[in-house]
Design a protein around this ligand. Sequence first.
Ligand code: 1GP
Length: 248
Amino acid sequence: MKVFDQLLSIRKSKGAAYLVLIDPDKQDVAHAIKLAQTCEGAGVDALLVGGSLLLANVFDETIKSIKENCSLPLIIFPGSTLQVSKYADAILFLSVISGRNPESLIGGHVIAAPLIKSVNLETISTGYMFIDSGTVTSALFMSDTRAIPREKPDIAAAHALAAQYMGMQCVYLEGGSGAKYSVPKQVIQAVASYTEMPIICGGGIRTPDEAREKVMAGANFIVTGTIIERDSNPALIRAFADAVHMNE
Ligand code: 1GP
């Protein structure tokens, strides 16, 4: 089964899916493997791997090592066209639709598409939307775009509907890694009620209660990165998974 279909099936059975982001820059390979294994044992549904920058040349090695030691689906969450690996299961084919930068709307995709085809990676076409999170995060800065105002749910909903009409598979409502404020529930509710798009939501989610609030508002896939980097206690990861899995 394709990875995206697996995620949709988890959404159906558990109510929503919990994804943990592993940034190869934030720990060495041995720690990345350990974190992935802890996630697998604590109810996480899939891993995202990627980052806004690559400070060391360990992207491929990190993904290969995780795949050799952990059976969770591994999806690349690329910060640039350099982040393609044959060892992953799928890649979020992100178009930064909240911005108007042609490079992040189509330019990078033309560079990456032949590489992705050559390694036979599943692509998950994703309308990637920055929602203002009270700070300029690395991802927002690197994309050279701007965020949708957090008090304008109607603008977010219109962007998501455009992504749906363009045939994208999902939208990612992104506060940015380490966001001061996570995506407001009003924005999630507006997108969920106005479109039929599966919704990924991440950025600045720090507690299981906050994760549950996003699911209640209509998010289908919850992503956390920073909080688990800081504290990879299995009990905390399990608490996030339980909060996200509303049907269990
Ligand atoms: C960033 O949504 C992810 O793209 C995760 O954000 O690191 O703030 O959890 P955090």
